[in-house]
Design a protein around this ligand. Structure first.
Ligand code: SAH
Ligand code: SF4
Ligand code: F3S
Length: 469
């Protein structure tokens, strides 16, 4: 059962007593405690980590410069591919010596990887120096968890509550003062057959429109220039709300907020891109000209095995409509290579789709078996060697496309939000409306956080280079 808003408010209020107790315990230690958070995985996890940081600060911790200097270390983990899990586990292994040096150090594993029972068992048995483990929906309960660990001096595992709640009011410490993430929904209901996300993040639920608008308003008032709306499938925003509101309407209303800011969003599921959303993008200059539209495969047969609920033709039609309405839109995508049963012919379909669409970025991943997902039970005849070979062909094709695309920028002037101050080589950094990375020189040095015009002079595979004019 979904909790009511009042119950959720009670949840965060409930943390106040733990916050006071933790503050007292920390004070009694006689030195300023420090925290260090490492984030694995996607932007959603980065946004969650900003809330973990905010909560740690509220408890009296200061940010540590390094792990060696910290009294609280949290790894916010990812489970999307095996590699992400292995990296988190290997880094966890390296923490043992820190615990040996500092007996007061508390170590926690958070998020998607440890929302799986098997991984929690691994941690219990193989990593005895990990003090607490908490799943994705425990975000607001860090004070309670720390209080429990500190007062009772025991290991705690908070993982079994994949509920439907949305808790507002968790303190936040943002990593960036120009760009901000705003989660508009949590969880996922799509159950693509390869994907672990719905299993570790629970069912889809949307934040109320008023809460989102209030957060964006506050960010804009505080000088943030770029807002990125986050969700696993932003296009299905609003389906769980009592007061109905769809994603297109949400975007439209955010654009009405006054101020000099722009809007991005990710990720969009191709099955849910509505004509109205395309209209809203077209009519609102605050929405940046970038659309990340993960296709996963160019073969309708494989798309059906993946449970993606669109065909190759349907996807291409969405691309056509987007480009017709917004000719300068930049498209990027995600692709899985070597999904179980992907034949040589299926893969050729993926290559021909890439050739046709000509993406500015392709994030390609070799399929990784995720225990508990339907695809992990499917028969897979393709060898690892063959999958690697397919991946290199895909990358070579993309390289060809991107060379032509990037060359077409040379001589043009693009608007860039400067989000990296001058580096030791004299280059500032930023992104175009289409999310293309630009490194540039500038005579005016006071441009951090401002929009500037950059004339493009040359390019690499993943960036454009130019001069502020
Ligand atoms: N909700 C987003 C994607 C989240 S995961 C969406 O639907 O687009 C980010 C990307 O990781 C996916 O788009 C997919 O390309 C990739 N991915 C997910 N599960 C994977 C797996 N088991 N193996 C390889 N790549 C995977
Ligand atoms: Fe995973 Fe599919 Fe949900 Fe994206 S839409 S998070 S790929 S199940
Ligand atoms: Fe990874 Fe969880 Fe994001 S599995 S990709 S951190 S939602």
């Amino acid at each position: 059962m979904a909790k009511t808003f009042d119950e959720n408010t009670a949840d965060i209020k409930n943390q106040e007593k733990y916050t006071l107790r933790v503050r007292e315990i920390l004070k009694s230690k006689g030195r300023t405690p420090k925290y260090y958070i490492t984030t694995f995985g996607c932007q959603q996890n980065e946004a969650d980590s900003e809330r973990l940081s905010g909560t740690a600060k509220n408890l009296g911790y200061q940010k540590a410069e390094s792990m060696e200097d910290a009294d609280l270390i949290i790894f916010n983990t990812c489970a999307v591919r095996e590699h992400a899990e292995l990296r988190a586990l290997s880094k966890t292994g390296q923490l043992k010596h820190l615990k040996d040096k500092n007996k007061n150090l508390l170590i926690g594993l958070w998020g998607c990887m440890v929302s799986q029972e098997k991984r929690v068992e691994d941690i219990k048995h193989k990593y005895p120096y990990v003090d607490f483990v908490a799943g994705t929906n425990m975000l607001h309960r860090l004070p309670e968890i720390l209080c429990d660990v500190m007062e009772n001096d025991r290991r705690r595992y908070y993982v079994d509550e994949l509920d439907y709640s949305i808790v507002e009011g968790v303190p936040v410490e943002r990593n960036n003062d120009v760009k901000a993430y705003v989660s508009i929904m949590y969880g996922c209901n799509n159950f693509c057959t390869y994907c672990i996300v719905p299993h570790v993040r629970g069912r889809e639920r949307s934040r109320k429109k008023e809460d989102i608008l209030a957060e964006v308003r506050e960010l804009v008032e505080n000088g943030y220039k770029e807002i990125t709306l986050l969700g696993q499938n932003v296009n299905s925003y609003g389906k769980t709300l009592e007061e109905k509101c769809d994603f297109a309407t949400l975007v439209e209303e955010i654009c009405k907020i006054e101020g000099d800011f722009t809007l991005r969003f990710m990720t969009s599921h191709p099955k849910d891109v509505s004509d109205r959303l395309i209209e809203v993008i077209k009519n609102n200059s605050k929405v940046e000209r970038h659309f990340h539209l993960p296709v996963q495969s160019g073969s309708t047969r494989i798309l059906s095995e993946m449970n993606r609920k669109y065909t190759r033709e349907g996807y291409l039609e969405t691309v056509r409509k987007l480009r017709e309405a917004v000719p300068d839109i930049v498209l990027t995508t995600d692709i899985i290579v070597g999904f179980p049963g992907e034949s040589a012919e299926d893969f050729e379909d993926t290559l021909s789709l890439i050739k046709e669409v000509k993406y500015d970025s392709v994030f390609s991943f070799i399929y990784s078996k995720r225990p508990g997902t339907p695809a992990s039970e499917m028969e897979d005849f393709t060898s690892d060697e063959e999958k690697t070979e397919r991946m290199s062909r895909l990358l070579a094709l993309h390289r060809e496309n991107i060379t032509a695309i990037n060359a077409s920028y040379v001589g043009k002037t693009v608007r860039v939000l400067c989000e990296q101050d001058e580096d030791e080589n004299g280059f500032f950094g930023g992104r175009t409306s289409g999310f293309k990375l630009v490194k540039f020189t500038s005579e005016n040095k006071d441009i951090y956080g401002k929009y500037v015009d950059v004339k493009i002079e040359s390019f690499g595979e993943s960036l454009l280079r130019g001069q502020n004019i």
